[in-house]
Design a protein. Sequence first.
Length: 580
Amino acid sequence: MNALPNEEETRQTAELLVHTYGVKMNSLMKLMGRERYKELIRVLRDLREPAADEVRIAQMLIVEKGPYLFAGSSEEVRDLRIHLLRQLSEERLMALYERNKVQGKAITSPTYMRTALAKKKWLIGGRWARDFVAAFDFPLVFSGISIPKDHSTDAIQDIEPRRAVPKLVEYQVGLKSRMLEVLNKEQDKTRCVVTLPTGGGKTRVAVESFIDWMQPRFEQGKYMLWIAQGEELCEQAISCISEMWQEREFPEALRIYRFFGGKKFEVEDMIGGAVIASIQQLYSRIQSGDEALEEILANCGAMIIDEAHHATAKSYRALFDRARELAGNDLFPICGLTATPGRGNDETMKLVDQFDAYLIHPSFPDMKEYNDHPLRYFRKEGYLAEPVFILHENGVETEVSDDLFSQDDHDLSSEFLQTLAADQTRNLQIINYMKSIPEGSSSLVYACTVQHAEFLAMTMNAIGRKSAVISADTPKPIRRMHISAFKKGDIEFLFNYGVLTTGFDAPRTDHLIICRPTSSIILYEQMVGRGLRGHRFGGTETCKIIDFSTNIRRHGEPLAYARFLKEWDVKVVGERELVR
């Protein structure tokens, strides 16, 4: 069974809902949200697209909600389930209830059966969900994603080919040599910051370097603590560490510990190995005096901090303080990884000063002209894509006052982003531009809010361009399926808010559409970095970056995109289009 409904299943289900079971536009509007429905109709009219009838609206809802169309406990979903249950004959209804009785209740009236079934908890892939969709001849996918079974005893089994890990390229070999040189020289006193532009492979270089250095220490029960921001980055690190350990063909197994997402393990099961942790869970467990964390810090052989610009936060200070209490003032090797375009910008130098660290960056002894401009080398050699930067200007400048910036991260507040997301004129400009992108392209879109992402995706689906949304609330199986479909080219537009800036790898992305303004150069680099991988690394030769925030200013100055253009050596060649 597919995890997401395909085109035929979507068409079939929409036809059943509207023509067979008589679901009216009013019910569909409630499921979509009346305000979203009104805005969609207005945009379709402005785009001179055909009006949306019940079947078309039903198809949009199915594409958006996927296997969760009938799931949940909202009033709108329960009303839909009751409406459908009313279409069953009493005989079929009673048979359905007999298999899915509500415990503790003796119900004999069909009317009460409908209400009880409609309110029954919907467990994804559970018996009630499967029986419900089967009763109406809906495809089984709408019962939810099934958990893959263990194939270890199947009579027939397909063995996937092992993916060959490509060798490090010349500049990466140089970085690895420098890292090992510092580690061997300084031992536990090692402090280094490795800087490499987004797309340059800093995770791969760091993993290979530290695995080689830590391998004999793992046998002594030591831990390599890899710290990342969020679960996606943690899983990306695990994937890279697993691949590299197998590639090195070490004789012993490496135990990996997931210390994020609320996961726990017993100290008795800890024998050394690689601990991949989120700083959020580390900070939480410091407060609770977690035994496993005490074991990790007391026997830590090395700490690697991915996206190390976060290391100035109080959560890291608490981590270092607790580590010193357990391991002594010398601690253990600490390495920060950061994605910067040159030899070191202000944020990088602050990190270097804070840790009294070695700064390790690409060097080109035989091509000294690139030492101060490494981006030119990476682009010339095809490691990074050539950015084609399009500034979309509507002629109306918006001055943002200081009170519209968050006190927490000094970026634009959620209230301002919500206002921007509701700007109908701006949304129409964004949609019109996306319509002009050739079919078959892969476009990653950063929206102002989750609701903004959902609305833009719904509109693009309505005009026949396959789109999907990923947010922090998207269930992990659905998130993985959408990302996989995007990588394969089955989805043209992948919309998101706040979850695909890091820990996401889709090297063939050829359009990045930035609808969400930011004053953070770090966040901006993370957003555009998703499309900057060059053809030598399986990416593209060029990547179009379309920015819709260029008319927003603070104290008369443009936001982060302007600094990106300067630091990444992107030059103006026209009023609207900028290239390197």
